[in-house]
Design a protein around this ligand. Structure first.
Ligand code: UDX
Length: 454
């Protein structure tokens, strides 16, 4: 195929954890010769990351929406609903520009940005959906639909710990909706809008058979379009694309922490980050700080501005903890996470278990402590601890002794050594899947042929 002649339009959600895998997919498709057009709903709180090889189009939508995309709340779902309603017409007009006329091969949209499918239908183009979460999480929406259809909701709280039949190790409390009380209006419709692929002709997954063989098969039984299992997109892009070093961050990365990591002992540092949307309360901040101080481990802690409830940043940290910052520990507002996890000094990751963080941690063979907050993070944590055995659950987030002992179990004890060995074995499998003739590598070739054949 001649270079840069045919466009693939990517429609990402303007949230960090969704934008990143879409850009990684873009890098892969660009390496296959496609021109990449990233058409995203307008940003308000952030600037989209620059990417030298892509063309960016901002699609306007009308709403007062300030702040709703820098932390997670019910408003986030509402804003996403508005984007889906308002961006369709705008994107259709933008794509009718003569620059793209007749040269768009397909539209690939984030599963949450389903207006991408509507635009493709309007323009008589094929569309493919990118699932940015695990297959296990995506499957679990069906459980909620089934429970609702069978009039079994709300479930009794005594069933919280029960395993969901056919979806082990997930328990009812790990499902994407709180099924022990009335589900708020609009939530089931939202779930339907993100799981229904309508006229789309394929699904791209940021996962792999090495991680989710059973779940992908289970999903494929009820969904007859072809699957392209390209995960981990992070590793695929790093291995196969020349532009992979381009940052995908919305926030400025504080690179000084790498110089500090250079001075630490191998595998001694615990890295703490709860992703781009999560917030915690002051009590948890204090308990975590105390646990880090008492653990004796060096630490690198990402605390985003306004991610501590009722604080602007770290003013709630106790003075005796602040004394540790500089020598034994670092606090940054946003880290170059992929470089941090790849650093030889990092020996553990206390994480919210966002799907990107989970994949990045596995790819760098870093064992995890799981502190999930909402959404898919809860199912991811179950898989990390119960299926892959590559992490420990943090059971009491407001108990300094519990946090300290979990850090010690992972970083110092024999239990941690076994977990480290398992994550290394899993990393090696994923390494193989992105190499020549590996499953994700082959899936990318299949996807390229599929797009060209439409
Ligand atoms: C959200 C959801 O919370 C997550 O569960 C879902 O799977 C995707 O959307 P987020 O919370 O941001 O994402 O978590 P995650 O998926 O882990 O993505 C965070 C990204 O930000 C990662 O790629 C990580 O490398 C990056 N990051 C995080 C940084 O670059 N620096 C940081 O300091 C923290």
């Amino acid at each position: 195929m001649s270079q840069n002649k045919e466009w693939v339009v990517l429609v990402p959600t303007p949230l960090q954890g969704h934008f990143t895998p879409m850009l990684q997919l873009g890098s892969l498709l660009h390496s296959k010769g496609f021109s990449i057009l990233v058409a995203h709903p307008e940003f308000d709180t952030y600037k989209p990351p620059h990417h030298p090889d892509f063309t960016f189009l901002s699609v306007p939508y009308a709403l007062s929406r300030s702040g709703t995309l820098s932390t997670f709340s019910f408003d986030t779902l509402r804003t996403i609903g508005t984007m889906n309603r308002d961006c369709r017409g705008g994107l259709v007009s933008l794509l009718k520009d003569e620059e793209f006329d007749g040269r768009i091969r397909c539209i690939i949209y984030d599963w949450v940005m389903n207006f991408g499918e509507a635009v493709a239908t309007d323009l008589k183009l094929p569309s493919i959906v990118l699932r940015t979460s695990s297959a296990a999480h995506t499957l679990s929406y069906q459980v909620v639909f089934d429970l609702h259809a069978q009039n079994r909701l709300p479930l009794s709280v005594t069933q919280k710990q029960d395993l969901v039949p056919g979806h082990q190790p997930l328990r009812f409390q790990d499902l994407p909706a709180e099924v022990f009380s009335e589900i708020p209006d609009g939530v089931l419709q939202f779930f339907d809008s993100i799981t229904n692929i309508r006229s789309s002709v394929g699904i791209i997954w940021n996962t792999t058979e090495d991680l989710e063989h059973k779940e992908l098969n289970q999903y494929q039984q009820n969904c007859k379009v072809p699957f392209f299992n390209l995960g981990p997109l992070y590793k695929m892009a790093a291995t196969l694309s020349s532009s992979s070093s381009t940052t995908t961050s919305f926030l400025e990365e504080d690179a000084h922490c790498i110089e500090w990591l250079d001075k630490q002992e191998p595998k001694s540092v615990i890295y703490i980050s709860l992703g781009s949307l999560t917030s915690i309360d002051k009590q948890e901040l204090e308990e975590t700080a105390s646990a880090l101080a008492n653990s004796g481990q060096p630490f690198l802690w990402v605390i985003r501005p306004s991610s501590i409830e009722s604080s602007s940043w770290i003013e709630g940290l106790p003075d005796n903890f602040r004394e540790l910052i500089g020598e034994r520990g670092q606090i940054v507002k946003w880290a170059p996470q992929k470089k941090v996890l790849a650093h030889r000094a990092v020996g553990g990751f206390l994480s919210h278990c966002g799907w990107n963080s989970t994949l990045e941690s596995i790819c760098e063979a870093v064992p995890m402590i799981c502190r999930p907050c909402f959404g898919d993070q809860i199912a991811n944590a179950r898989y990390i601890t119960q299926v892959w055995g590559i992490g420990l659950e943090l059971e009491h987030v407001q108990d300094r002794k519990a946090i300290e002992s979990t850090i010690r179990r992972l970083m110092v004890d024999n239990e941690g050594k076994e977990i480290r060995q398992r994550v290394l074995e899993l990393k090696l499998k994923l390494d193989a899947s992105v190499q020549n003739d590996g499953s994700s590598y082959n899936s990318l070739n299949d996807l390229t042929d599929f797009i060209l054949s439409r």
